[in-house]
Each structure stands twice: as C-alpha cells, then as structure tokens.
Ligand binder design. Structure first.
Ligand code: 8X3
Length: 250
C-alpha cells in the first residue's frame, strides 16, 4: 500500500508513518518542516518519500506527487492528520485569527487534499480515507468552541463521504482521539507555553501517538469489506461525564 500522511513531521503523523513502514508499506510523509521530514526519511529509508509543503497548497502537492517515483503515485490510503487547536479562551475572548487558522487547516485543507486524491481512488476502485477527528467533535468543553466545531465538520464530512463512496469500494474512517500526550498538540494550542502544555497531562496517563497509530493500522488492516465509520478513543483516565450548571451566588 501507498499511504500519504499529512502533518507527518511529528506526533500522530510521525507515529502513523513509522507504523506503516514497520508493517511493510510505502509512505509519503507530507509536512511543512523539511528538517524533521528528512530526519524521518533517514530513519525509515527508501520506502518513505517526503513532500515539504503547507497542507493548504494542494497545487504544489499535486505537482510534487507527480514528481515522486512511479510506484508512489497511486495512493491507496490518505491519512488526513494535519490539524491544530489554537487557544482555549471562551468564545467571547478568542482570537479571530486563531479561528481562521483552525478553519483553514482542519476543514479547508482537509477537504482540498481529499478532493485532490479521491478521483484516482475512485478510478482504481481502491482507497481508504482516514480522517483525524477528535472527541471534541462530539463532546463540547469550555474553550473548545471553534476547534470542536472543526472536528464536528470532519466527523460529518467523513460520514457524508461514505454516502458518496459506499458503492465504489472506497473506505472512509474518522478516528476520534481524546486526551493524547507525547505530541505538540497542547504546545501549539498554548503557543509555546510549556508550563501550560505540561499541565494538561500532569498526574494522568493520556493516550500516546503510538496508540493512535495502532488504531489507524487496525482500521486499515481489516479486510476490504469492513469499514469502521467512526472510532472514538479515550484514555482510561478520561470520560465524557460533565454537564455544567451555572449557579447564581446569593
Ligand atoms: C484532542 C482531544 O480533548 O484535547 O483533539 O480536544 S481534546
């Protein structure tokens, strides 16, 4: 299989790339950071090709795919992993530029990359789109506002893709992780504030990128007639258990 993974320079994307190479497949690792991608390629060898690009630049990505060796050009699995959360302020205090960036990356770039690769999958009657959603797309939490809403888009987009593709032998799966450490997720959300980022995972056992890679591998490695529509994953230490009620102080 040839697997294209966006956001492959770190975190989930990197762990997913490592897992598919370990299982004997070919990987196209796509990300902006050239140095990290080259390091990954050095570790993974010739079965890993890299594309250095912003995930939004689908014109460049299309060209770059055509410049890859021939045996990398038919992409069997697209892992739409690139995405981010920015800020945890309540909606009335959030930064509009953060909202724009999340919408452009988590929604628009994901849709564009899917749109770019789907026709060749349909033509070959072979393909699997893996979207990295989040539990935030189902369960609201304070400060999750636009981030959670982008992940709700990803969930519904995945289900709607199924509606278009179920008779074309193309699988679509939405992977929905909960609290996951070992990635840059919180560092990005808190704009480099390590103290705030570390606080999120302090005194608990979150999921790890390898857990997500294992789940993605499982979903893809099932027989072709089996489609996992959605896979919600939380660490054992997390549960969807809060419904807040505001009380007025007397
Ligand atoms: C990551 C999970 O709960 O931090 O999408 O939003 S959460």
């Amino acid at each position: 299989m040839v697997v294209l993974i966006s956001g492959a320079s770190a975190g989930f994307g990197k762990a997913i790339a490592q897992k598919f190479i370990k299982e004997g497949h070919q990987v196209i690792a796509l990300a902006r950071r050239e140095h990290e991608l080259k390091e990954l390629q050095n570790k993974l060898g010739e079965k890993c090709q890299i594309i250095v690009s912003d995930v939004n630049d689908t014109d460049y990505i299309a060209q770059a795919i055509q410049n890859l060796p021939k045996n990398f050009q038919n992409i069997d699995v697209l892992v739409n992993n690139a995405g981010l959360a920015l800020g945890l302020e309540p909606a009335n205090k959030a930064n509009i530029k953060d909202w724009e960036m999340m919408i452009m990356t988590n929604i628009y770039a994901l849709a564009k990359l899917t749109h770019l690769l789907l026709p060749q999958m349909v033509a070959r009657k072979k393909g699997h789109i893996i979207n990295l959603g989040s539990i935030a797309g189902t369960y609201p939490y304070p400060g999750g506002n636009v981030y959670g809403a982008t992940k709700a888009f990803v969930k519904q987009f995945s289900l709607n893709l199924r509606a278009d593709l179920y008779d074309k032998n193309i699988r679509v799966s939405n992977i929905e992780p909960g609290l996951c450490g070992g990635s840059e997720f919180s560092l990005v959300r808190f704009k480099g504030d390590k103290t705030k980022a570390n606080e999120v995972y302090k005194n608990t056992q979150p999921l790890l990128p390898q857990d997500i890679a294992q789940a993605v591998w499982w979903v893809v490695s099932l027989p072709e007639h089996v489609n996992i529509n959605r896979l919600e994953i939380m660490p054992t230490t997390q549960a969807p258990a809060a419904l807040n009620v505001a009380k007025t102080k007397k």
